[in-house]
Design a protein around this ligand. Sequence first.
Ligand code: G6P
Length: 464
Amino acid sequence: MSLTPSPPLPKLVVVSNRLPIAYREDSTGATIPRLSPGGLVAALAPALAGSGAAWVGWDGTFSGSEEPLDLEGFSLQPVSLTQAQITNHYEGLSNSTLWPLFHNVGVNPEYSEAWWADYLQVNRLFAQRVCNVVAEDGTVFVQDYQLMLVPEFVRSLRPDVAIGYFHHIPFPDATHVAGFEHAAELLEGLGACDVVGFQRQSDVDHFRACLQELNPSVEGTSLPHSAAYPISIDSAAVSTAASQPMVLAKAQEYATSWGNPEWVFLGVDRLDYTKGITQRLLAFEELLASGAVSADTAVFVQAGSPSRENVARYQQLSAEIDAIIERVNTTFPSVTGRPAIVYLRENLPRTDMLALFVVADVMVVSSLADGMNLVAKEFVAARHNDTGVLILSTHAGAAEQMPEALLVDSFVVSDITKVMQEALIMEKGETARRMKQLRADVAIHDVAEWATTILGDLSQARKA
Ligand code: G6P
């Protein structure tokens, strides 16, 4: 009998609600999983590549399979979930309770006991899987609000491991969060971490204040190490990809198809009510009404990837956007018949998305609340000739790091219109000066820096 030694258990395990997988069909119609190239994948690739690391998450299917997948050097460990668990954990507690709770933009969090029960259950399943795969004294790095109880469940089973958590979304005012009936459990869940990371210092402050508010006897020293680690993008990769001939050709094709207008305004988002999409479209409507531009001289291109479509508030948003676009396009027709607002309601291929960044004159990021907003960073990384103006909401975490953008309070539609007008008259030299600085900053503060810093702090905190 020959004994094959089993491979060593991974020393680092990343946990996120979704595995970074996209599917495509091959020529026989079979579905092939591929690693989807997101910022997080790029950031963690150096730490994860090879045999020493794994990624635990849902693979987006109901196949029931928990067979590990090895893709491009990544060991992906799917957690199998049922439709009911997706309904209650993902669409319910995660995206109808916690998402509106933490973004706090006037959408009331909904709640049901069944959602909470499955939030607990799914967090337990993830934690169990992590504990089965992580090496002794290894590191567990948990991502985002869908999994806030994972650290506590992992800690109870595996006191040996280091645990980090990163909150990708905002942490608003403490009293607001403390009002949620399970806030204490969520925050205690994070108390099991060695490091808890947020996007901004204000998020850290709110988190600490919330812990104090829920448990006034808690001492500063008994809190986990919490700090701001602003996340970023793989700037070099975006920059290189944006200069590829295929992207440039697509950019040209877009411009031609829109009749080469003088001004291309652009929005690129997941279709989410926190992104301020209606506000920016209304601002463009005001801009057209003001006569500063017309549907012949300008186009607003809104790319929106459908998101969380089973959640009622998202369906409502979709209808609101459709109605505004129809009204604007009817009120402001162009001579050629090309609509004033071109709506690309789809998951665009990467080439097309980069081509939009390249072809735009004014990028509008008008989030009402946003942990960071990586689209803003991708836009500047894609601008090789230092042209293009970035309009950026003060409510996006990115605003703190991108002061050369035209910053705006995106709750005030007329203020967005004003900065759109400013963009139209900005001197070329001033536009270039701002873009150069934005590009330089995003090139230095990339996602590799983020990963190195937070994982470094995690290993320090464990040793301390
Ligand atoms: C936000 C969240 C992520 C989430 C992503 C996509 O960026 O912070 O945790 O993965 O949206 O949302 P989805 O619901 O499609 O996973």
